[in-house]
Every structure is written in structure tokens, then in C-alpha cells.
Ligand binder design. Structure first.
Ligand SMILES: *[C@@H]1O[C@H](CO)[C@@H](O)[C@H](O)[C@H]1NC(C)=O
Ligand SMILES: *[C@@H]1O[C@H](CO)[C@@H](O)[C@H](O)[C@H]1NC(C)=O
Ligand SMILES: *[C@@H]1O[C@H](CO)[C@@H](O)[C@H](O)[C@H]1NC(C)=O
Ligand SMILES: *[C@@H]1O[C@H](CO)[C@@H](O)[C@H](O)[C@H]1NC(C)=O
Ligand SMILES: *[C@@H]1O[C@H](CO)[C@@H](O)[C@H](O)[C@H]1NC(C)=O
Length: 227
């Protein structure tokens, strides 16, 4: 028994280790390949290697979902990014990573609801995406250049290591549970000032800022805020 058993036992252990290793690697790169998709209502998400952040469908009610990134280590929902807040996707909508348009959201009838954006013809095709441990979802081309990032398309939250640059903006949502666009904006203006201002939702015009950081120097722009 012992003379026959041991080699098989070792082989078994080796296979078990290999299996575990392959499983762990597959689970923890945070890498998503072109053609991968998520379905609204399936409770399947793409996780960052540490599982701190998840990318998937945030459920609003029985039939309304938003593509979103959330902090995954709290039971209370802590959404840090979302798309198409004014136009939630119905159950069974599909969010797919495509080679030419990045993330594409389609409803059950295959009508496009949102996409992260088409790439120019001169750009190498999209190859993969990564749900990063920082909370940044990045779409890469074949040359490993990030061509779309959630960090560069913020909604109402900035995470540590995330920047907004001149022209950048955060926008409030209607309420904690309603992700439609709200009336408040945070913007970094061209003159280097960070401002908080309300907007008119019907005409999209901005009202006067109720807070200004006073970080511009009209006499010397290199003293002004830039990110
Ligand atoms: C998804 O999760 C919710 C809440 O945990 C649960 O009510 C629902 O049945 C799950 N749906 C599927 C398809 O697993
Ligand atoms: C996540 O982003 C950081 C900072 O940009 C980078 O150093 C790291 O390699 C990224 N992780 C993955 C898995 O791409
Ligand atoms: C969210 O607010 C918008 C704008 O006020 C409204 O049209 C929409 O019905 C609300 N959505 C939900 C789920 O309550
Ligand atoms: C206001 O701006 C938003 C976001 O850019 C856009 O979706 C909406 O159609 C605009 N509304 C009007 C009335 O122009
Ligand atoms: C503008 O500010 C920078 C940084 O404070 C300083 O090095 C530079 O000399 C200033 N230029 C002028 C023209 O004052």
C-alpha cells in the first residue's frame, strides 16, 4: 500500500496544488478579455485582484440596473462610479467588452443604451480590460495603452489616486437611490479655480458658484490650480 500509494499521493498533491494555483491566478488578475459580458440580473461581477472593488450591474429596483463600480467590502452599497444614470438598463441587458467600442450596453432587444466610446480607426483594437485595485476600470488596446478609464470619466466620486484636470467635473445624483443627474456640480475651471455650483437641469446652464477655491493667479498662470 505504502510503496504504491505514496507516488500517487504526491501526484495527487501536485495536481491539487497546480489546480489551486491556476484557479487563484484566474481569479485574481482582474483582467477581462474582449467578448466577456455581464447580464443585468445575474449577480455576476468582475472583481479587482484584492476583491476590494467590483464592476457589474447595480440594481435600482426589480427591473432597473446601472453599470457601476462599487466598493465590495461593505454590505451597504457604496457605488463609486456609474454609467447612464438618467437611463437605467432593464433586466437581461448585456454589458460586453467589444474590440471596437469598448464597453457596450445593450438591452434585451440588442438596442445600444450606452458605450464607453468608439475608438478611432488608427488606434489598435481593444484587447482587454482591468478592474484595478485602486477602483479604476481601464480598457486597454493591443499595445497595452489605456484608451478608456473610469477614473477619467468620473460621476459623483473621486477615489484616492484619482485626479480631475482642468475641464473635469463631478455631478451629483438626484438622491442616494436615484442616480439621475442632480443639480450640483464640482468643476475645475480653466482659470485654476475649483467651484461648486448648481445647474438648471432643463437648460443645462450653470448658476453662480456658491463656493470658489480662489486658486487662480491672473498675473501668473503657473501659480494657478491645474489638477
Ligand atoms: C441576486 O441577488 C439578490 C440579492 O442577494 C437575490 O435576491 C436574487 O435572487 C439573486 N439573483 C440571482 C439570479 O441569483
Ligand atoms: C493598477 O494601477 C496601478 C497604478 O496605475 C498599477 O501600478 C497597477 O499595475 C495596476 N494593476 C493592474 C492589475 O493593472
Ligand atoms: C429619478 O428622478 C427622475 C428625475 O426627477 C425621475 O424622472 C425618475 O422617475 C426617478 N427614478 C426613480 C427610480 O424614482
Ligand atoms: C444636458 O446635458 C446632459 C449631459 O451632457 C445631456 O444628457 C442632456 O441632454 C442635456 N439637456 C439639455 C436640455 O440640453
Ligand atoms: C510665475 O510663478 C512661478 C512659480 O511660482 C515662478 O517661478 C515664476 O518666476 C513666475 N513668473 C513670473 C513672470 O512672475
Amino acid at each position: 500500500m505504502a510503496t504504491f500509494g505514496m507516488p500517487y499521493f504526491h501526484l495527487f498533491l501536485l495536481l491539487l496544488l497546480l489546480h489551486t494555483f491556476v484557479f487563484v491566478v484566474a481569479q485574481t488578475t482582474g483582467k477581462i478579455s474582449v467578448g466577456s459580458f455581464l447580464t443585468a440580473g445575474d449577480n455576476v461581477s468582475w472583481f479587482s485582484p484584492s476583491q476590494d472593488f467590483a464592476f457589474g450591474f447595480h440594481q435600482l429596483d426589480n427591473n432597473n440596473f446601472l453599470p457601476a463600480i462599487w466598493y465590495n467590502k461593505l454590505t451597504q452599497s457604496t457605488t463609486v462610479w456609474y454609467a447612464n444614470g438618467d437611463n437605467p438598463a432593464p433586466r437581461n441587458s448585456k454589458l460586453e467588452l467589444t474590440a471596437d467600442s469598448g464597453l457596450v450596453l445593450r438591452d434585451g432587444g440588442a438596442q445600444e443604451l450606452w458605450s464607453s466610446g468608439k475608438i478611432g480607426t488608427s488606434t489598435a483594437a481593444i484587447a482587454y480590460a482591468v478592474m484595478n485595485d485602486t477602483g479604476n476600470f481601464q480598457v486597454f488596446d493591443r499595445n497595452h495603452n489605456p484608451i478608456w478609464e473610469s477614473f477619467k470619466n468620473p460621476t459623483d466620486t473621486l477615489l484616492p489616486s484619482q485626479f480631475i484636470e482642468i475641464g473635469g467635473m463631478l455631478s451629483s445624483r438626484k438622491s442616494q437611490t436615484n442616480f439621475s443627474r442632480g443639480r450640483f456640480q464640482f468643476r475645475l475651471l480653466g482659470d485654476g479655480n475649483a467651484v461648486l455650483n448648481p445647474i438648471n437641469l432643463h437648460g443645462n446652464f450653470t448658476y453662480d458658484a456658491y463656493y470658489t477655491s480662489h486658486t487662480n493667479d491672473g498675473g501668473n498662470l503657473s501659480n494657478s490650480g491645474y489638477e
